[in-house]
Design a protein around this ligand. Structure first.
Ligand SMILES: Cc1cc2nc3c(=O)[nH]c(=O)nc-3n(C[C@H](O)[C@H](O)[C@H](O)COP(=O)(O)O)c2cc1C
Length: 343
C-alpha cells in the first residue's frame, strides 16, 4: 500500500467546499484574494469528463488559486486513476473523491453518496488514484469527502469502518459532511438541510484515529462556530456561508493566521487586474463576460447597509454588452453612498 502524502496542518484549517455551478475558477480567484490561507476546491468533475471532455474549460484554474483541490466524481478505479493523474499533472494540489453527493444523476451513475455503501470499491479507487499520482515527480494527496452514512443507517461503527477501509488504502484526509445523505425522497438541496448534523461523529473519528486529518463540514455559518470546530478537528470547511457571505472567509483567515482585517472595497479592488485580463481574453481564451465573474461577488457586503445597493448595481449592469470594471466601481460607490446616508 502506498500512503498519500500528508498535508501541512496549517494548510488544512480553513477550506471552501466544492460547489457545483458556484466554485468555478472565477469564484476561487475571488475567494483566494479574501482568504490567502484557505484550501479551495473545484466543482465536482466526473472522471469521464476529465478524460474525454474539454479540459481547458473543465479544469480551468488560475495560478493564484493554489492550494486548490480537484474534486472528482466516479466509481471506476481505472478511470479515477487516469483522471487523478491528469488533474495532478495540470497542477492541482490535491485530488478529492466525492462520496457525498446524493443527486439522482449521481445515484444513476453509482457514485457520490452511494459510495458510502461500498467501502471496498472506494478503497480500490483511492488505492488506484494514489498509485497513479505516485509516479509523478511531486505526488499530490488523494483525499475523500464523505457523509456519515446513507438513509436511515445511523451506526457510527459503519461510518468508522468506511473510513478505516479507505484509510487502509492510503487516504489520510477525510472531509466529513457531518450528516447522512438520504438517497430516496430528498432533493440535493434538502439533503444539505434536513438530515440532522452530528459533528460529534467527526470529532470521535479524530479522537479515535488521531493520525488521520479530519475536516468538519456542514452548516458552519459564523466565525464563532468555525473556530469551535478547531478544538476537535483539523479544519473547518465552509460551503454556502462562504459563498453567500464571502467576507466571513476573510475574517476567518485574518483571525486564524494573524493578518490584519482589510476593508471589503480594498479587497475587491485587488481583483481588478484579473477581471480586466478575463474581459480582454487571450490567444488561448475567449473574452469572459463580466457577469460570469460578478455573480460570485454579490454577497461581499452581506449584512451591511450598502449590501443591497451593491448587489443591485452589479446584477442590473453586468449583463449589458461592454460591461467592464467601471461597473464594479459604480457598485462600490453606490454602496458607500448608502452607508454614508445611513450614518
Ligand atoms: C450549490 C451547491 C453545490 C454543491 N456541489 C457539490 C459538489 O460538487 N461536490 C461536493 O462534494 N459537494 C457539493 N456540495 C455540498 C457542499 O460541498 C457542502 O458539503 C454542503 O453544502 C454542506 O456545507 P455548508 O453547510 O457549509 O454549505 C454542494 C453544495 C451546494 C450548496
Amino acid at each position: 500500500m502506498i500512503s498519500s502524502p500528508a498535508i501541512r496542518p496549517d494548510a488544512l484549517r480553513l477550506s471552501v467546499a466544492p460547489m457545483m455551478d458556484w466554485t468555478d475558477t472565477h469564484c476561487r480567484v475571488f475567494h483566494r484574494l479574501l482568504a490567502p490561507h484557505a484550501r479551495l476546491y473545484t466543482e465536482m468533475v466526473h472522471a469521464n469528463a476529465v478524460i474525454h471532455g474539454d479540459r481547458a474549460r473543465l479544469l480551468a484554474m488560475d495560478p493564484v488559486e493554489h492550494p486548490v483541490a480537484l474534486q472528482l466524481g466516479g466509481s471506476e478505479p481505472a478511470l479515477l486513476a487516469q483522471a487523478a493523474r491528469i488533474g495532478a499533472e495540470r497542477g492541482f494540489d490535491e485530488i478529492n473523491l466525492n462520496c457525498g453527493c446524493p443527486s439522482d444523476r449521481v445515484q444513476a451513475g453509482r457514485f457520490g453518496a452511494c459510495l458510502m455503501r461500498e467501502p471496498t470499491l472506494v478503497a480500490d479507487s483511492v488505492a488506484a488514484m494514489i498509485e497513479s499520482v505516485a509516479a509523478l515527480e511531486a505526488p499530490v494527496p488523494v483525499t475523500v469527502k464523505c457523509r456519515l452514512g446513507v438513509d436511515d443507517d445511523h451506526r457510527y461503527e459503519v461510518f468508522r469502518e468506511f473510513v478505516d477501509q479507505v484509510a487502509a488504502a492510503g487516504c489520510r484526509m477525510f472531509v466529513v459532511h457531518a450528516r447522512n445523505a438520504w438517497l430516496k425522497g430528498l432533493s440535493p438541496k434538502e439533503n444539505r438541510e434536513v438530515p440532522p448534523l452530528r459533528y460529534e461523529w467527526a470529532y470521535a473519528l479524530k479522537r479515535e484515529r488521531p493520525d488521520l486529518s479530519v475536516i468538519v463540514n456542514g452548516g458552519i455559518a459564523t466565525e464563532h462556530e468555525a473556530t469551535a470546530h478547531l478544538a476537535h478537528a483539523d479544519g473547518a470547511m465552509l460551503g454556502r456561508a462562504a459563498y453567500h457571505d464571502p467576507y466571513l472567509l476573510h475574517r476567518l483567515d485574518a483571525a486564524w493566521f494573524g493578518d490584519p482585517l482589510r476593508p471589503r472595497g480594498e479587497l475587491l479592488r485587488t481583483l481588478r487586474p484579473y477581471v480586466e485580463s478575463q474581459l480582454a481574453g487571450s490567444a488561448q481564451q475567449r473574452p469572459v463576460p463580466l457577469k460570469h465573474i460578478t455573480r460570485h461577488l454579490l454577497g461581499l457586503f452581506h449584512g451591511e447597509r450598502g449590501g443591497r445597493a451593491f448587489r443591485q448595481v452589479l446584477s442590473e449592469g453586468a449583463h449589458r454588452p461592454g460591461a467592464d470594471w467601471s461597473l464594479v466601481e459604480a457598485a462600490l460607490a453606490a454602496t458607500e453612498r448608502t452607508e454614508q446616508a445611513a450614518a
